[in-house]
Ligand binder design. Sequence first.
Ligand code: SF4
Length: 124
Amino acid sequence: MNKHDLVCINCPLSCALELYDEGGEVKEVKGAECKIGQRYAVEEFKNPRRLLTTTVKAVGGLVPMLPVRSAEPIPRALLKDAVTTLARLVVDAPVAVGQVIYPDILGTGTDIIASRALEKLDGD
Ligand code: SF4
């Protein structure tokens, strides 16, 4: 069996987890104080996901960049491609906080949304 050391990030206890697999099949998870940690270890082993945070170019606003994030965590393996995709994007001010900036990024079913509002520059 293969052993994988993980740390649960779901609460301040930060339980040290040990996941054991055989041929990619999860056999056992040790060290979790609750079921959330059990599920986290399996998900982290099979399909790790992360919240994407970055900025995109903006025109006509008070500042030239808009902070954005994924509405939900997306597969970690797609983070680089997603950032590359968003680097080509230019949004027009005004933008409301939570507004969808890029729907269904890379077919994940997850939208990229504005992390903050961007007001329009006076005179535009
Ligand atoms: S396993 Fe449960 S108790 Fe331990 S860090 Fe994760 S959420 Fe917290």
